[in-house]
Design a protein around this ligand. Structure first.
Ligand SMILES: [Fe+2]
Ligand SMILES: [Fe+2]
Length: 357
């Protein structure tokens, strides 16, 4: 992207941000000198639409999604399409999925959907698939190969043999710090599908993988985790530049493992904090990035915000604008070969993460 285009791009976003703060991402894929055409797409995630009863739903979560839809429709330049990163529903009920999709139907443009665990564990994705189609697929767009995975599956024994009712299964999977839970995975079948899908793609094609759980191992207790992450990463390793964009964690995260850049999106519903245990567990991220400051619980839009993702020749440069907080820029650092948070990187600039009891 030329400096001028980039400046115009950021200025446009800045103007929109001044109007309001937004819980979704705008992803830009730029090709530099290549013949391919630059384009953008929007990324909305984790709305957790929650039914109280009948037609009554938790209003905060409705409002977060309604706002994201409205602001996405105002984007200039128009994104080529929109990704929804999973967890439309809270407890997987058809009423919740339908209500979420009714709000999302307001989006102008095609929407590609990713399956979240909150959409899945009540009826094992039946209603979601009936409304939205397959839970893993790929497509090409202007020189980029996009792959969507369902990364929230788990061991068959846990899924099929452990629970008396589907709702019990859903609630067990929805809880954090639950010893009765089970780790997420992509699974053998889908990995074989991925292997075959990628076999037809040239190694210099930029790959963007959309998943719900991070395709890396961050923190098992909260299922910020994918059990077969290394096996999925191995399939992506032969490609020059790979970006994994994921939801689920409701917070800003970034990481680099070999050729793969990882970036999360914020949720439209609520932010998760970084527990102090991230840094105490041997299972933490291979390269732990920078802990997010605990969101202000009295400010319902805190730690939601706006993200620019500038994917220039495969390197990600994300501009996070947080209401009532200093903006954050996570930019790919050529020297370090990984994304770096330009403000919070030094230890001395960080606020200690929250402790949980
Ligand atoms: Fe979520
Ligand atoms: Fe999730």
């Amino acid at each position: 992207m030329s400096t001028m285009n980039r400046r115009r791009f950021l200025r446009t976003g800045g103007a929109l941000l001044a109007a309001s703060s937004l819980p979704f991402s705008l992803v830009k894929i730029a090709f530099g000198k290549a013949a391919s055409e630059d384009f953008t797409f929007a990324y909305v995630s984790d709305s957790h639409i929650t039914q109280i009863k009948g037609k009554e739903f938790v209003r905060n979560w409705d409002r977060g999604l309604i706002r994201a839809v409205a602001e996405t429709n105002l984007l200039d330049p128009r994104p080529d399409f929109i990704f929804y990163g999973g967890d439309i529903a809270q407890l997987g009920k058809p009423e919740e999925i339908d209500h979420g999709l009714e709000i999302l139907a307001g989006l102008r443009g095609d929407v590609h959907y990713v399956m979240g665990e909150h959409d899945y564990y009540l009826d094992l994705g039946e209603h979601w698939r009936k409304r939205l189609g397959p839970d893993h697929y790929s497509f090409d767009h202007k020189g980029v190969h996009f792959v969507v995975l369902n990364s929230i599956l788990t061991y068959d024994d846990w899924t099929y043999n452990k629970w008396d009712t589907p709702m019990r299964r859903m609630k067990e999977m929805a809880r954090l710090d639950n010893p009765q839970g089970s780790p997420f995975m992509v699974g053998d079948k889908q990995r074989e599908w991925l292997r075959q899908d990628l076999a037809a793609v040239s190694k210099d094609t930029p790959i963007v993988v959309m998943s719900h759980s991070p395709l890396q191992k961050i923190y098992k207790g909260w299922n910020f985790w994918t059990e077969d992450a290394e096996q999925v990463q191995a399939l992506l390793k032969p490609f020059a530049k790979v970006t994994v964009l994921y939801g689920h964690v409701h917070q800003i995260q970034y990481n680099q493992i070999g050729n793969i850049s990882f970036n999360s999106a914020m949720a439209t519903a609520w932010p998760w904090p970084y527990p102090a245990s991230f840094t105490q567990e041997s299972s933490h991220m291979p390269k732990l990035t920078v802990a997010m400051n605990r969101a202000d619980p009295f400010f319902d839009r805190d730690a939601t915000g706006w993200q620019f993702i500038n994917l220039q020749t495969g390197d990600v440069d994300v501009h996070y604008a947080l209401p009532d907080n200093r903006d954050r820029i996570v930019a790919f650092n050529e020297e370090k070969g990984e994304p770096v948070d330009t403000y919070y990187q030094p230890e001395s600039a960080r606020i200690p993460p929250q402790r949980h009891f």
